[in-house]
Design a protein around this ligand. Structure first.
Ligand code: SF4
Length: 550
């Protein structure tokens, strides 16, 4: 399907005239579309731990809180937890959707269902903010972060809930400072269905990696919430059923290292006061090793995982993609340094770079073995709008209108077959069960002993938590130990974890995460996964105007 930009003239921050809607009409349905499965969605693990989705959608919870504070009745449907129903649509007076590029088809499907109910649809979030002209079918577009456009949108809907004759665009020019953001509406979400909670403490990143759209969309000067806001959000999450783990979804947790340190000091106090109810995870650049005082505090706060965008172990590739911050210390030393604070490293790596050679794939495999990183998202290069990569490849005629095999929109320099087969070789190597479990065992031996012990008085060990723990053990034994094709490798890992490392929690996490990784790898190798990115022809994205506080 090809489509053209706005079918009718769009206008910024339009405020149509109309009679005020009665208060009872202020019923907003906030919908978050289902993700396409990937290495990072952990969907195959859910049945083992009793979860139905990975984590709550921060953007939807934020917009729900914003409109609830204006007197709206808000209902949240995360399609990763349950399907949107006709009854939801019959209840609503307006539908708000948010999503990323990978969710585009689902976004359009939700809009079309809402239109059959004669409901106006508003779309916000990262995809429409980067590429508004990909959504001509949607009634109102909210482009950018919370700010003056959100206020204008609220006023518009409070005066007129009807679908507009022409698409309306609300573009944030003045961003609301993060310290004025409301607490996300955890109380409106079905939080008990999620594997982990999420919190965002900052936005933006000072670096400018060629493939990444964060600096152009959210700015290079990090903007911050206050530590008190974060602890209030953590309290709200606990009160609404989030347990076990909280993921900091900041683009780069150490975008401002001094602010990160201040925040983690508060997190240490919060954990002590609450007796360590959760572990923390974050995304950060590897130059975090230049801040040992921060890493020591993170250990005290029980940060147990850190997702680092390693991208590639090849130096010329890092220089070419302008990710020189990864060259400040040798990879293996940096990873071992982070491990020494009890923090496991997870990583994203990219294949299909211009610097790749036919030998690259074997070098990736050797790097994965040597790094002992248990969980890696191994992806082919994608060109995202509003990145230097997109512009360079467009100029070279190398952005594909329709993705080729391997689900990437890039015309690689190597033959596509070489790249796709190389990717298959790397994922098969990484997630061969014995090899994968060996990396988890390495973590149990070398990383976990450095962790701060959780006190026995922690809410994690309350008697009420025991039945759930027993169910997880039973599920792991049934699915991984009896039914799984890799069960022999599972038992080798489990006996070593229990008898040699005396680490039942590490064993359970290796089983739960490993079940997803091996199962998804088999599906990917057999080509049974959903397409994840550009399912159709995409026009060029429109240029982004500046915002006030960039
Ligand atoms: S460090 Fe991470 S968030 Fe920052 S520009 Fe690079 S890839 Fe993007």
């Amino acid at each position: 399907m090809a489509f053209s930009p706005h079918p009718e003239p769009a206008h910024d921050c339009a405020l149509p005239l109309g009679a005020p809607a009665p208060g009872t009409d202020r019923r907003m349905l906030c919908v978050f579309p289902r993700y396409a499965p990937s290495f990072g969605t952990f969907h195959h693990s859910f049945k083992l731990v009793g979860a139905r989705a990975f984590f709550p959608p921060q953007g939807i919870l934020l917009i729900a809180a914003f409109f609830a504070a204006r007197g709206w009745t808000v209902r949240i449907v995360d399609e990763n937890l349950r399907a949107l129903t006709e009854a939801d649509l019959a209840w609503a007076r307006v539908v708000m959707v948010s999503g990323m590029h990978v969710q585009r088809d689902k976004i359009l499907d939700i809009a079309s269902r809402a239109h059959r109910h004669r409901l106006a649809v508003v779309l916000g979030g990262p995809s429409v903010s980067a590429a508004p002209n990909w959504y001509p079918e949607v009634d109102m577009l909210h482009i950018g972060e919370l700010g003056d456009a959100t206020e204008a949108l609220g006023e518009r809907l409070e005066h007129d809930l009807n679908r507009p004759a022409a698409q309306e665009i609300y573009r944030t020019k003045d961003r609301t400072p993060l310290e004025d953001f409301p607490t996300p509406a955890y109380h409106l979400a079905d939080t008990g269905g999620y594997l982990v909670g999420t919190v965002q403490s900052s936005s933006g990143c000072p670096f400018k990696c060629e493939f990444c759209d964060i600096p152009e969309l959210y700015g290079r000067k990090p903007r911050l919430k206050t530590p008190q806001q974060i602890t209030t959000e953590l309290d709200a999450m606990l009160a609404n059923g989030i347990r076990d783990a909280v993921y900091f979804v900041d683009d780069n947790f150490i975008a401002n290292p001094h602010a990160a340190k201040r925040l983690v000091e508060h997190l240490v106090t919060w954990q002590q006061q609450h007796r360590y109810p959760v572990d923390f995870t974050c995304e950060a650049t590897l130059n975090i090793t230049q801040h040992p005082d921060l890493l020591a505090l993170m250990r005290q706060a029980r940060f147990t995982q850190l997702y680092a965008g390693i991208e590639t172990p090849e130096e010329d590739a890092l220089v070419a993609m302008d990710k020189r911050q990864n060259l400040r210390s040798p990879f293996l030393e940096a990873i071992a340094a982070i491990n020494s604070y009890g923090i496991e490293v997870a990583s994203g790596v990219i294949l299909g770079l211009d610097t790749d050679t036919p030998d690259t794939y074997d070098r990736f495999c050797r790097f994965i073995d040597a790094s002992h990183i248990p969980f890696l998202t191994i992806n082919l290069l994608q060109a995202l709008p509003h990145t230097p990569l997109w512009r360079r490849l467009q100029a070279e005629g190398r952005v594909l209108a329709t993705p080729g095999p391997g689900d990437s929109n890039v015309r690689f320099l190597l033959p596509r077959e070489t790249v796709v087969n190389g990717w298959r070789h790397v994922i098969a190597h990484a997630y061969q069960p014995d090899r994968m479990f060996a990396r988890y065992l390495y973590q149990m031996h070398n990383t976990h002993p450095h962790r701060l012990p959780v006190p026995l008085s922690s809410p994690r060990y309350r008697p009420t938590a025991l039945p759930r723990g027993a169910r997880i053990i039973a599920n792991v034994l049934w699915h991984c130990g009896i039914r799984a094709p890799y069960r022999t490798a599972f038992w080798r890992m489990a006996t070593t974890a229990l008898l040699r490392h005396r680490n039942p929690e590490g064993m359970l996490w290796a089983a739960v995460a490993g079940h997803h990784l091996t199962t998804f790898t088999n599906e990917a190798l057999e080509d049974r996964t959903e397409k994840t990115f550009y399912a159709d022809t995409m026009p060029d994205p429109a240029p982004l105007p500046p915002v006030s506080n960039d």
